[in-house]
Design a binder for this molecule. Structure first.
Ligand code: PEP
Ligand code: MN
Length: 357
């Protein structure tokens, strides 16, 4: 089956949907039929091999799932996509006429695997979607993109958020400035947003999807399941095909009806990038103050003064020594740390004197 997902016939926006994992013949077929009925989905996704962080959970149905996907494709006419994580997966997928392959976040981090998968695709024209690596490393993502581009298959990118050590409302915080930087460098490559893996929960899907549209993304990948609560993987983030239809109808598609000129839209994108970075900076500063509060509690319990000249000098010195690397002036670094320090002291003062009024 020939498929034009990433060339001039590209559907914009491209909507990819289907279960996190193929579980049973009925689940795949029923989900596909309902997705087709929405009239809004272009590509059916289903994981057959699942890269789970820890052993012991459902690791995918394996190649038995291909027959179900083939049947669903026959019934609905929807092309199908699966995740491949090694050469054997690629060979099985090609044998089973899978239309689109995607590289999962845990595979994009590994240049050996990415290259082996790319080599296994030489001579084919199967499109490949490349998810961002789990860690916020743009070069790894771009490196994978280049490896697939080098062998000449059509490629697209999927933004699924990045893992973080800090506590977050997201399963994988979007760090929007990263996909936006990739879009700036490779404006011709389609960028799809995956709100399911960014959020990890249903309630946030719409907000993330809308942000991606506002940021000029080219499509969405959203996980759907006929019975989301009973899904064998990623149950909390999946929605029914009917809910997907509702969500897609609620989104405001900005493209097409905008009258802004090319130049203005460039400016708007850069400004949006600034807004996102500011939001991330404030989130981080808020987290820094929470740590300061904990230090305040420690100081209170151990009768230590809030202000410690030595520590303050050390913080300032560390900041100043990084000024050139970050392209920031010494003057700015001093002002910035003064403001941060003052806010920290106010936080700790509050913590220390709580209950003393
Ligand atoms: C998936 O799409 O089901 C998946 C495993 O995603 P990711 O690689 O983004 O974690
Ligand atoms: Mn999933």
């Amino acid at each position: 089956m020939s498929i034009h997902l990433f060339d001039t016939d590209f559907h914009n926006p491209l909507i990819i949907s289907g279960p996190c994992s193929a579980e049973t013949a009925t689940q795949v077929m029923d989900t596909a039929i309902l997705l087709k009925k929405t009239g809004k989905v272009h590509l059916l996704r289903a994981g057959v091999w699942k890269p789970r962080t820890k052993p012991g959970s459902f690791e995918g149905i394996g190649k038995a799932g291909f027959a179900w996907l083939t049947d669903a494709k026959k019934e609905t006419g929807l092309p199908v996509a699966v995740e491949v994580g090694n050469v054997r997966h690629v060979e099985e997928a090609l044998l089973n006429d899978i239309d689109v392959l995607w590289i999962g976040a845990r595979t994009t981090v590994n240049p050996f695997l990415v290259q082996e998968i790319a080599d296994a695709l030489v001579g084919t024209s199967t499109p490949v979607l490349i998810k961002n690596p789990i860690n916020p490393d743009l070069d790894l993502w771009i490196g994978a993109l280049e490896r697939f581009r080098n062998i000449g298959v059509p490629v697209g990118l999927v933004h699924r958020g990045f893992s973080t050590y800090s506590v977050s409302e997201y399963r994988n915080p979007p760090m929007w400035h990263l996909p936006l930087e990739v879009k700036r460098r490779f404006p011709e490559i389609k960028m799809i947003c995956d709100p399911s893996h960014i959020s990890g929960k249903r309630t946030m899907l719409k907000k993330i999807a809308q942000t991606s549209i506002d940021l000029d993304f080219d499509g969405l990948m959203i996980e759907t399941h006929i019975n989301p609560d009973d899904a064998w993987s990623d149950a909390k983030q999946q929605i029914t095909p009917q809910e997907l239809e509702f969500l897609l109808n609620e989104l405001v598609w900005r493209k097409g009806n905008s009258e802004i000129t090319e130049n203005n839209s460039q400016l708007a994108k850069l400004r949006e990038q600034i807004n996102q970075i500011d939001e991330e900076l404030l989130t981080l500063i808020g987290q820094r103050m929470k740590v300061a509060d904990l230090i305040g509690i420690y100081k209170k319990e151990n009768n230590i003064t809030i202000y410690q000249a030595e520590r303050w000098n050390e913080i300032l010195y560390r900041g100043l020594s990084g000024s050139t690397m970050h392209g920031l002036s010494e003057h700015f670094i001093r002002n910035y740390f003064d403001a941060i320090h003052l806010e920290s002291i106010e936080h700790q003062n509050r913590v220390m004197n709580e209950g003393n009024k």
